[in-house]
Write a protein that binds this ligand. Structure first.
Ligand SMILES: [Zn+2]
Ligand SMILES: [Zn+2]
Length: 347
């Protein structure tokens, strides 16, 4: 009697594949959300690349680098829309099968007897199923230098969602850009902060932010130099060798034939030497100047015992120098003739 219905239901024993509709933004990017609890960031991947380049077994979060199966990255809105679409699809299949069974049953009933049997079938309600609306396109777009997968995020992204490649170059330029934006917005930020935490609090927070740029810049440069060194020399450099300017430059000279000074000149070399020494003071002496700092940095503006003051203009100069130094280091021996390094931003 319920042959059609049973036949449909039997299909579900082995799982059914249902095509669902999904909306992308105007640039064709698909919304994704990192499934890892401590991250949960939203990002986007070009739909075509998500289908063609991201393996089923593993996709990567561009922000935290965590991985998960490619089915784990739906946003809550997509989850809802997919489950509504699946519900409707299944309801439709069952309703169609049921309708066929009922009309077959009814057509088999003899007419004219004392008791007449008739079955009725009513369709269940279908849920409204528009594909979930895509978020507006994100401004920052990236393309993996290894597999060419295109993705976008709010703020910096570090890992390719398809192959997990982490570009030291892109990460470094993103760090410089973030510091540059901080410097550009610092006065506006101070004004905002004054309204919420008062003048003293605002000044302390801004000072903390500007001082922290020394640590951020040296750390970013160190990683960039380590990765570039490994690419060129084919081995990992000695730990923390790029935390010092002289030691880093010597190693660079040994492996590429160019010292830092030959890439940026003596004046700019002195500028970054000072930054590296300042980072050391903030990290280990809470910014209190000692004789060692004065000797090594040549910075005679402060005497031992004084507290280091870092100005926004000074950090800006350092940024420009670090930018030029890293560009010089990107044109290493292996791509000296190839023109543009793919990890460099086009300017
Ligand atoms: Zn993540
Ligand atoms: Zn990739």
């Amino acid at each position: 009697m319920f042959e059609n219905l049973l036949r449909e239901l039997r299909k579900f024993e082995h799982g059914v594949r249902i095509e669902v509709r999904v909306e992308t933004d105007e640039k064709g990017f698909l919304d994704r959300k990192c499934p890892h609890e401590n991250c949960g960031e939203h990002f986007k991947v070009l739909l075509k690349d998500w289908k063609d380049k991201v393996p089923d077994a593993k996709a990567y979060c561009p922000i935290c680098g965590g991985s998960a199966r490619s089915t784990e990255w739906n946003t809550p809105e997509q989850e809802r829309s997919f489950s509504d679409q699946a519900h409707n699809h299944v309801s439709q299949l069952i309703a169609d099968a049921n309708e066929k069974d009922v009309s077959a049953f009814n057509s088999r009933q003899p007419s004219g007897g004392f008791i007449s049997m008739r079955m009725e079938h009513r369709r269940g309600l279908l849920l409204p199923t528009l594909p979930s609306r895509a978020r507006d396109a994100f401004e920052q777009e990236f393309q993996c230098e290894q597999c060419a997968c295109q993705y976008s995020s709010v703020g910096a992204a570090f890992f390719c969602p398809a192959c997990g490649h982490n570009s030291a170059g892109s990460q470094y330029w993103a760090a410089l850009e973030a510091v540059r934006k901080l410097l550009d917005g610092v006065e506006e930020l101070r004004a905002h902060l004054e309204q919420s935490v008062g003048r003293d609090g605002a000044r302390d927070i801004v000072r903390l932010l500007v001082e922290n740029t020394a640590t951020k810049l040296v750390g970013s440069f160190q990683r960039f130099a380590e990765v570039r060194y490994s690419e060129i020399a084919g081995q990992i450099p000695r730990r923390n060798v790029f935390q010092g300017v002289a030691a880093g430059s010597d190693l660079w000279l040994a492996v590429t034939g160019s010292s830092y000074e030959s890439l940026i000149g003596p004046t700019d070399l002195a500028t970054i030497s000072r930054l590296f020494q300042q980072r050391h003071l903030f990290a280990h002496r809470d910014g209190i100047v000692d004789q060692d700092y004065v000797d090594r940095s040549g910075d005679r503006r402060f005497s031992p015992g004084q507290r280091l003051i870092v100005s926004v203009d000074e950090v800006r100069r350092v940024l420009d120098v670090l930018d030029r130094l890293a560009r010089g280091m990107s044109n290493g021996p292996e791509n000296a003739n190839s023109g543009h390094d793919p990890s460099l931003p086009l300017t």
